[in-house]
Design a protein around this ligand. Sequence first.
Ligand code: GRF
Length: 227
Amino acid sequence: MPSTEHSTLPRVAVLASGRGSNLAALLAARDRGELVVRFVLVGSDKAVAPVLRLAEAAGIPTLALDPRGYPDRRAFDADLLQRVADSGAQWLVLAGYMRIVDADVLRPWVGRTINIHPSLLPKYRGLHTHRRALEAQDLEHGASVHFVTAELDGGPVIAQARIPVEAGDDEEVLAARLLPLEHRLLPAVLGLLAGGRLQWKNGQPWFDGTPLRAPLVLAADGLRAAE
Ligand code: GRF
């Protein structure tokens, strides 16, 4: 790709704490030409996180910061998000990032930061979402991508993918059935955001020029408005 074209692409940073399958999905979508962005940084709070190795292999600058080296959460978050800003990122994706970000530090990034969460929000914020869906005997489970606000997993939901819960499902089976949908959902939402169809205005998401009244739905051919 010519460097001038490269330099005008929307710039995206990713924060993640774990294995990085969602990052892999973002990179695959980019490589297929479905997601037209440039990844400028992958950061983690865990130096040993496989997601960093994946980013290195893809030639993306990486950053590992250890929270234990900071006096408190806010100091850590401030340093981390300063480095994200220094990377030139316009958009920030939390892809399995397992920490809450301080509200004041996050503020300049509200409307520019999305998170993927493995539940049909507002159900099951926080951890153990698959277990909680099973315990509640839900017939349906899913994943959500939402704008990140100060409230844990509480920002406006942009889009969701749904799966049926089947007899005999356990946590692992359910998580494994959901993951491929997460891998379609996150690149699709990032594409809308970086491409300008999805916007944050007056404290809420807008889609194609009107306020988003209900989360978009992941269908076979991509995201569509809820009926
Ligand atoms: C995903 O299930 C995501 O929804 C949740 O954490 C998991 C991260 O997986 N927030 P990976 O590191 O992207 O493989």
